[in-house]
Structure formats: structure tokens, C-alpha cells
Design a protein around this ligand. Structure first.
Ligand code: IMP
Ligand code: MG
Length: 173
């Protein structure tokens, strides 16, 4: 466990919440008159997904899946599908909600596996953070909050060995 006092704040709670409102506005506008099926990618996306869906003013259903790739502070590059149980998503506007797209392996895997099994009306990806410089596989992000440098960040769902997910802000050591 590192010392919480040593965390430098990158995005404060206020900054995060106002960015999330901006993202929700875009989704509300784009999908006016439609329904959304949001898929929260456990565990990291939980705080972002919960704050985002509260601001989406469209009929919405919520699903959860669980995958993992990280070990400590580096990506293993291998996506473990811990639970990919989903209902049929045919004809639905599916929105995958991610905390961060880093190498892109997780998002690429999720997009491909949902596409393979379902004939969705639309399939979009929203990610709070975009670590574009670390990308190893090309992936299209429909909406994102902030583009960040190649540094390891924690807080607001993002963890280091399971800790710091409960911070209301995003920071780094
Ligand atoms: P990717 O498959 O490399 O794009 O990584 C996706 C997952 O790795 C994210 O959903 C996070 O759970 C984790 N991850 C990537 N970068 C960070 C970071 O800076 N802090 C904490 N977790 C991260
Ligand atoms: Mg994650």
C-alpha cells in the first residue's frame, strides 16, 4: 500500500463529474428516441458507469461482465474472461462502458466477442480515459473523457493491486 498523501491529483471529483455530464449529453443526443443497453466492465468501470447512467435520460438496461488483464501496474496482454454472461443483444444499442483503454486488448476483445454472438443495432464504446500512446491494437472509441500520458493512474475505479478504487478522484504516485 502506498501512502494516500503521496497521490497527485490528475482529475478532481468536480472535473470528472462535469466531463461525465458532457459525455452523457453526447450519448443522449446521439440516441434520442432510442433505448440503450449499457455494459459495465467489472471491476474498474463501476464508479464511472454508475455516474454516467444516472445522466443518460433514455430507457436503459444495465449488464455486467468481468474481465481482467492487469497484474499490478502492467498489462499481461492476455484477457481473462471471468464472466461474459450476457442476454441476447440483437437489435439493441449496446454501449460498452470502460474505465480506460490502454493497450486496447480488452476493448478489442469485448467488441469482437459481442459482435460475433449478436446482431446489435449499434455497438459503441465509451471510456473515461484514453491512454492512446500505449495502444498496441487499433480500437475505435466512440466517446472518451480524457486522453492521458503513459502513466499508471489510480482512483475512481482504477486500482493498484485491488486498492484505490474508492477514491472519488483520479491520481498518480
Ligand atoms: P488494456 O486491455 O491494456 O487496454 O487495459 C484495459 C484495462 O487495464 C483497464 O480496463 C484497466 O482495468 C487496466 N488499466 C490500464 N491502465 C491502467 C492504469 O493506468 N491504472 C489502472 N488500471 C489500468
Ligand atoms: Mg478495466
Amino acid at each position: 500500500m502506498k501512502n494516500l498523501q503521496d497521490i497527485k491529483i490528475l482529475y478532481s471529483e468536480e472535473v470528472l463529474q462535469s466531463k461525465i455530464q458532457e459525455i452523457a449529453n453526447k450519448i443522449n443526443e446521439k440516441h434520442k428516441g432510442e433505448e440503450i443497453c449499457a455494459i459495465c466492465v467489472l471491476k474498474g468501470s463501476t464508479p464511472f458507469c454508475m455516474d454516467l447512467i444516472k445522466r443518460i435520460n433514455l430507457p436503459l438496461t444495465l449488464e455486467f461482465i468481468r474481465v481482467s488483464t492487469y497484474d499490478g501496474d502492467s498489462s499481461t496482454g492476455k484477457v481473462n474472461h471471468l464472466d461474459m454472461t450476457l442476454p441476447p443483444l440483437d437489435n439493441k444499442n449496446v454501449l460498452i462502458v470502460e474505465d480506460i483503454v490502454d493497450t486496447g486488448f480488452t476493448a478489442d476483445f469485448l467488441l469482437k466477442s459481442i459482435k460475433l454472438k449478436n446482431n446489435t443495432k449499434s455497438l459503441e464504446l465509451v471510456s473515461l480515459l484514453n491512454k492512446k500512446i500505449a495502444r498496441k491494437i487499433d480500437v475505435n472509441i466512440d466517446y472518451y473523457g480524457f486522453e492521458i500520458d503513459d502513466k499508471f493512474v489510480v482512483g475512481y475505479g482504477l486500482d493498484y493491486n485491488g486498492y484505490y478504487r474508492n477514491l472519488p478522484y483520479i491520481g498518480y504516485f
